[in-house]
Design a protein around this ligand. Structure first.
Ligand code: AHG
Ligand code: MN
Ligand code: MN
Ligand code: MN
Length: 338
């Protein structure tokens, strides 16, 4: 086991991860390092947002029906530019793009990347933590420009997943299937240093994250579970509500301190809806991270997020994710066992 010292750089850790896979060619290592550069560029822009003319709306609406913020556009462009010419990606998907995104001809590689360029966009102008979420698969098609099938793979097939959270500091958390590591950006030297080696999510916790504004529309199983957490009789003491409205920030807090995040279907949007969050570039990458850290990620009808076969790029999925014991408990309510 390679010695895990705090203070090593993210590039060194990515290299160490590669050594765990003798068959590795170094392509994924190089891809991740290019993604780190994109993260540094976005972090610099986010941290200057109040001074540069980069706050506010872009005037566009995306395929999700959301007002696209200027920083959404900047982050999206930054990642696309790095990835299309890194030589290791054959096709991309982004929350901010309707269809698949090709790479530069002649630069096709063996991986795909799906990303949420900026998660928590409604929080951009009020200096609340936001982040980039990414999911990487090995291509299925033989060569040349990739296609949608290269992207529409189950979460269990991801070769890497992670996020970069732009908060009080900029932290990159990722997994390549051998544990979860966190790195903090030292802006004075422009380098990510290992700050959270081998992250394990606490088995149980005292925090739940849900938008209580939807309480009147929740299905009974969701409501009963949340009410149970609020009472002291769960044996864990009453849970506290922490809801930032940026999935990446709510998830990161729960990963470090323990907690459970829920964004389920509700009566208002009806059974046919699948909730708000997107499978390919929100739920699946975070599900890989949480399982690697010892937690769980399921839908509100008990399916494992990583087992879901995606049907389209922007497919939504109900998400219950976090500490193992908390998700186990939620599952009992979903099954009507409590
Ligand atoms: P995005 O900003 O990438 O569109 O994602 C927003 C998501 C997620 O970050 C957050 O958990 C959720 O929207 C909040 O939704 P509500 O405002 O409905 O609670
Ligand atoms: Mn959005
Ligand atoms: Mn998002
Ligand atoms: Mn987004």
């Amino acid at each position: 086991m390679l010695v895990k010292r705090k203070g090593i750089t993210v590039s060194r850790q990515i290299m160490d991860d590669q050594r765990l896979h003798p068959e590795a060619t170094g392509e994924l290592t190089s891809l991740l390092n290019d993604l780190v550069v994109a993260g540094k560029i976005i972090s610099a822009e986010v941290n200057m947002a109040g001074l540069a003319d980069i706050l506010g709306q872009s005037g566009r609406t995306n395929i999700q029906g959301e007002n696209v913020q200027k920083l959404d556009v900047f982050a999206n462009q930054t990642i696309k530019r790095r990835m299309e010419q890194c030589g290791h990606v054959c096709v991309m998907a982004s929350e901010e793009e309707d269809d698949i995104i090709p790479v530069l001809d002649g630069y096709e590689g063996n991986y795909t990347i799906a990303f949420d360029p900026l998660d928590g966009s409604t929080n951009i102008d009020v200096n609340v933590s936001i982040g980039t979420i990414f999911s990487i698969h090995r291509r299925i098609s033989p060569s040349g420009q990739g296609n949608a099938q290269d992207l529409l793979q189950k979460g269990t097939q991801q070769v890497a997943a992670g996020y970069i959270i732009y908060g009080s500091s900029t932290v990159m958390v990722y997994t390549t299937g051998s544990g979860v590591h966190g790195f903090t950006l030292d802006p004075s030297v422009g380098e990510f240093f290992l700050s959270h080696p081998d992250i394990k999510i606490p088995e149980t916790s005292l925090y739940y994250s849900v938008n209580e504004a939807y309480a009147d529309h929740w299905f009974d199983s969701t409501r009963n579970f949340i009410n149970y957490l609020k009472r002291a009789d769960g044996g864990n003491g009453p849970y506290s509500l922490r809801y930032i409205g940026s999935l990446v920030a709510d998830f990161h807090r729960n990963l470090i301190k323990g907690g459970i995040f829920l964004y389920t279907r509700d009566k208002k949007s009806g059974e046919k809806s699948e909730g708000k969050l997107r499978l390919l570039y929100e739920a699946a990458p975070l599900a890989l991270i949480v399982e690697q850290a010892g937690g769980r990620a399921i839908t509100d009808d008990g399916r494992r997020i990583l087992d879901i076969e995606p049907k389209n790029l922007h497919q939504r999925v109900p998400l219950i994710i976090g500490s193992r014991r908390d998700v186990d408990l939620a599952e009992k309510f979903l099954r009507g066992e409590m």
